[in-house]
Design a protein around this ligand. Structure first.
Ligand SMILES: [Zn+2]
Length: 103
């Protein structure tokens, strides 16, 4: 199987499924991972706000179907203080490719 562009650049190994002893396959190249920052603003609880957005790849085990996200770029493509932050989030959300990371 052909390697993805990012693999050729960084040369990293594909994720391996421990249960099935096989390499995972790229399911979707270019998913958006939205890191959420936790704030303890509510008494006795916490709230989350979008913090940084990363572009990554979704991998899937061809046997058991477990999915993991890997292949993160070097840094976030946008962050909460940047003008295009919401616009970049929308780009992934519109295509159903946004995954929130609650930490
Ligand atoms: Zn598996």
């Amino acid at each position: 199987m052909a390697k993805t562009e990012k693999q050729v650049i960084s040369g990293y190994h594909r994720p391996v499924c421990k249960k099935c002893n096989c390499e995972m396959h790229p399911e979707t190249n270019g998913v958006g991972i939205l890191d959420m920052a936790e704030f303890h603003t509510i008494p006795g609880g916490s709230s989350y706000e979008p913090h940084e957005l990363y572009d990554a790849d979704l991998w899937k085990c061809p046997k058991c179907g477990v999915e993991v996200v890997g292949g993160f770029g070097f840094g976030p493509i946008s962050a909460h203080y940047e003008k295009d932050f919401q616009e970049q989030i929308n780009r992934y959300e519109k295509r159903g490719l946004l995954i929130k990371n609650m930490g």
